[in-house]
Structures are given as structure tokens and as C-alpha cells.
Design a protein around this ligand. Structure first.
Ligand SMILES: [Zn+2]
Length: 349
């Protein structure tokens, strides 16, 4: 039995802090509302798989009851995912390594499941329904808990040899003086520009007594990323300098991406970009100083994601492309694209 084209997909976006679910149809329209939950964690600080499945369960049942055919689930996950197996290879924010996540979800709900990395799902959504519609080449960049992206080249998703292309946030900037990175190395761009880096710089300024405004925003002695942006709104020059430094490094890094690929569009999303929409406009202006060609300086656009949650839409688009309802040739070449049906495999073996 295959899903009727009219049936919406249950899309799930699992981030480092929040989990979102929504029913999205093949035209990219949200049916009903997005449900939001805090991601549950176990006592040892890892993402609680059972808790996540429990949060999904009532949504799966409601969507299954409403579907005329077989319900499909599309999932976006905040880490490296093996596209073909659906395994979570490395999800630092959830403490997951080599977890057969897609198979476990498929088995639990006895439904076909498609899983991929959030940045990849986001670029797919932008290509199909968003800012990248009609573009042959563009990059997605996210600034949030982490910093990185994914690529859409020659009219299709580009995963590289192992599916890890687009990790420009893990280009080394300073491995000697830099901070430890979630990837296991030191001094990556991510450790200078992502939300935790901005919070860390704010914390140092607060502890050094360099900003009374920042110190007034400390909660229990701790400065959050949000507090740094709030301090900027209150006119704090120290907070403004912290974010300015991050913007400069984002521009150096993304400028390198443009010089490498000669693309005309970068779409930016993620929690930090959402919290401070002007950050994207500043990147759009300042990146020009790091572009090699006059053509790129003239034509490159850096723009915000076209929905507040492109990864959620991309999780749905992934399913529709695997089913052939959207063109399959927008998916990565050289890979087998199919939904995971692990409960059927288990039953037949
Ligand atoms: Zn790194």
C-alpha cells in the first residue's frame, strides 16, 4: 500500500532544545498548527529517545486516523544522519552516536519514516517552497546552537562523498587558542559565532565587569545569548562588539563558501538569526568585503529563511520527493532514497 498523494505528511523537527510537529501537505501548506515541546533529556544529559517517542505518539495516532492511505513520517534531526539507514551518526546536542533512530521510530509506530539532518531538510524546503525556488545553486547557513549548513548545487541537494558536505562551520579558524568544539576538534568557526559562543563572550564581559547593562541581565550569574542581544537593544557597546565580532567571522567563513562555489544566494536560519533578524542584513552587507569577484559582490544575496522553521517543512518535502510526488532528482545523486520500513524488515527476517 502506498500513501495517497493527497495525504499530508507528519513532519517532525527535533532540535537541541525543542521538538516541533506539524502536518504538511504536498503543496507545502501547514494543516492545523505546529505543536511545540521541550526536548526531554535523561538524567545523564542525553536526549531521551523514549520520551521523544512518547511526545510523538498522540500526533502519529491522530494523523494516522485522518490519513486515507498509509501515513508517512518525515524527520529532521540536529546532527549527522546517514540518509540511507536513518541512523543518527553523531548528534552532539542529544549525546547520540550511532543510534538507529529512523529504524526505531519506524518500528515503534509501524510506519515508513524518512530522516535527515536539519540543515539538509532546511535547504530542501527552501529549494522547493522557499527562497531558493527556481535557483540552481545556493547554500543554507544556520546560526543557532551550532553553525553550519548544506548545499544545493546544479538543481539538487549536494551531500558530498559521505553526506557531510556543507560543514563550513567546522572549518578551523584558530586551533591553537580556540575553544573545544562539539566535533571533537578545537577552534572551529562554530566555536566563535554560534549562540553558545556569543553567550560565553557575554559571560566573560560580565565577569570582568566591562558592561553594567550585561551584568544587569545576568540570570543567576549567567549570561544567555538572548541577554547579549537584549543588551544591544539597550544600547550596550560591549554586547554590540561581541556580536559584531561574530558577524565578521561569519562573513569571512561564508565569503569563502561563495568564493569556492560561485553561488548567488545564501539563505540563513537558526535560533540566533531568528532572535536578531538584523544580523542577516548585516551579513549581507559586510560579506562583500570578503568576496573575490565583482560578480559576486554585485549579485550575491544573503537572505533570511522563508518560514520560521524550514527544517520542519523540509522533513515533509523529503518524504514527498522520496515518494516521487516532488521530483526525485532534487535529492542527492549517487544514493538510494527510500523510506525506512524497519517493522516490515523485522517481520520478514
Ligand atoms: Zn568543529
Amino acid at each position: 500500500m502506498s500513501a495517497a498523494p493527497a495525504d499530508p505528511v507528519l513532519a517532525v523537527d527535533i532540535g537541541g532544545t525543542s521538538l516541533r510537529l506539524g502536518l504538511i501537505n504536498a503543496e507545502g501548506r501547514l494543516l492545523g498548527e505546529i505543536a511545540r515541546y521541550a526536548v526531554p533529556f535523561t538524567d545523564d544529559g542525553a536526549g531521551d529517545l523514549e520520551g521523544i517517542l512518547a511526545l510523538m505518539a498522540p500526533h502519529v495516532e491522530r494523523a494516522r486516523d485522518a490519513a486515507s492511505g498509509e501515513l508517512s513520517v518525515g524527520i529532521s534531526l540536529c546532527g549527522n544522519v546517514d540518509l540511507e539507514s536513518g541512523d543518527a551518526i553523531l548528534v552532539p546536542n542529544l549525546g547520540w552516536r550511532d543510534l538507529p533512530f529512523g529504524a526505531l521510530v519506524s518500528q515503534r509506530f509501524e510506519l515508513p519514516v524518512c530522516v535527515a539532518t536539519d540543515v539538509r531538510q532546511a535547504v530542501l524546503a527552501e529549494a522547493v517552497w522557499g527562497a531558493g525556488a527556481g535557483e540552481r545553486n545556493f547554500a543554507w547557513a544556520t546560526v543557532g546552537t551550532g553553525y553550519g549548513g548544506y548545499l544545493f548545487l546544479n538543481g539538487r541537494l549536494y551531500g558530498g562523498a559521505h553526506g557531510f558536505a556543507g560543514n563550513f562551520g567546522h572549518t578551523t579558524y584558530d586551533e591553537i587558542n580556540g575553544h573545544a568544539c562539539g566535533c571533537g576538534r578545537r577552534g572551529c568557526f562554530e566555536t566563535y559565532v554560534a549562540g553558545p559562543a556569543i553567550a560565553r563572550a557575554g559571560q566573560l564581559a560580565h565577569e570582568a565587569g566591562r558592561s553594567l547593562i550585561l551584568s544587569s541581565l545576568a540570570s543567576g550569574g549567567t549570561i544567555s545569548t538572548r541577554a547579549v542581544f537584549r543588551a544591544i537593544e539597550l544600547g550596550d557597546p560591549v554586547a554590540a562588539q561581541i556580536v559584531d565580532d561574530a558577524i565578521r567571522l561569519i562573513c569571512i567563513n561564508l565569503g569563502g563558501v561563495v568564493n569556492l562555489l560561485d553561488i548567488n544566494l545564501i539563505v540563513m536560519g537558526g535560533g540566533v538569526a531568528k532572535a536578531a533578524p538584523w544580523l542577516v542584513e548585516r551579513v549581507n552587507e559586510r560579506i562583500r568585503a570578503y568576496l573575490m569577484t565583482a560578480e559576486a559582490q554585485r549579485e550575491l544575496r544573503v537572505t533570511r529563511e522563508s518560514t520560521a522553521n524550514a527544517a520542519l517543512w523540509g522533513a515533509a518535502a523529503h518524504v514527498y520527493a522520496v515518494q516521487g510526488i516532488l521530483p526525485r532528482d532534487i535529492l542527492e545523486s549517487g544514493r538510494t532514497h527510500r523510506a525506512i520500513r524497519s517493522w516490515q524488515t523485522a517481520a520478514s527476517s
